[in-house]
Design a protein around this ligand. Sequence first.
Ligand code: NAD
Ligand code: MG
Length: 396
Amino acid sequence: MSKQVLTILGATGSIGVSTLDVVGRHPDRYEVFALSAHRQVEKLAALCLQFRPKIAVVAGEPEAQKLRSLLGGAPEIEVLHGAVALEQIAAAPEVTTVVAAIVGGAGLGSSLAAARTGKRVLLANKEALVMAGDIFIKTLRDSGGVLLPIDSEHNAVFQSLPVGFDYGLKHCSVRKVILTASGGPFRNTPREALRNVTPDQACAHPNWAMGRKISVDSATMMNKGLEVIEASWIFGVGAERIDVLIHPESTIHSMVQYEDGAVLAELGNPDMRTPIAHVLAYPERIASGVGSLDLVKTGKLTFEAPDLERFPCLKLAYDALRAGKNASVTLNAANEEAVAAFLDGKLSFDRIPDVVAECLDCVPGMQLNSLEDILAADQIARQAAHRVLDTCKDPA
Ligand code: NAD
Ligand code: MG
């Protein structure tokens, strides 16, 4: 067995750290070529000293200088910075496997660079697919690269499909893809109470420990909306064949319903090291450090339909997927800007869906034929979001 050579984009994040935890358990299988972080320089330095990559990438020159001084004892680690360097470590010929775990649209360029150069792309950065799913999948097909989903729902669907499916369920007799959702920390919170929610309350997810942006997305249920769009690209299915089911225990990570009525699912403890280990070793299985699921202790598994009145973001995402053109780009960009404003104390939680909806209304439809078109549409949507945010001087 030859070793997989890894680049981990977003190594200091929740997914990055979980990935390195699994990697550290299997030094015979994995070699770390490069790690990246944005501004968490101390954390990256500690990971570099432990995993000894050849290259480390950070946001800018000041971060690079700081990292170089922290790595004084390891001068062989080359320190680079900026977006071009991220694409360079994603596309490096030595690298077999790229873990794409940067948060938000900032991860698109490097995720695509990995796809373009025929790597195994272990994808957590769902925003890249929401923005550029069509180009992403075409690029992978052309390069011979492989996409393996880390997102727990998509990983569960992937595990519930026949081996060898090819970005499309046409031949698999699938009736529905059913994405489960915990419902987040405000599943039972009345709509009026959502106005005064703080960032820390929104980030206190009942089942999963995650970065702050995805935690807020889980609380608004935009995360599930982004995942519906992500699923449509990975599995080649339309909105009408993707259902969302609230399942507060997060034990069933998603399901596939077949034409004959059979439903296959993947179950486990809610710990991202399981899907990460699955994609790292695929098609083999390796230890991940996750304990055994104890269904007696779990006792009951419960389900309910999502409440689109209290969580309009999910409906906005379905609408954007159906609308096509630049709607998903606008949805994603407006959401990123609104979530950043909320985390910054400049927008109340309950206005996040309003900002996204207003942007979807005011940004005109555009056909997207290239990456340049997508990046331009992203900028237009972010400018629209800033105009809308300027009119919301919240919280009062
Ligand atoms: P996080 O905030 O914990 O980590 C983000 C990482 O990206 C960090 O290493 C950070 O330094 C880096 N980063 C941030 N902004 C950047 C920028 N502008 N340029 C370059 N690098 C930047 O996030 P996370 O929770 O690990 O999530 C990462 C991705 O994985 C997201 O797309 C998220 O939706 C997806 N995901 C996360 C989970 C989870 O359990 N955390 C589950 C499924 C999918
Ligand atoms: Mg998920």
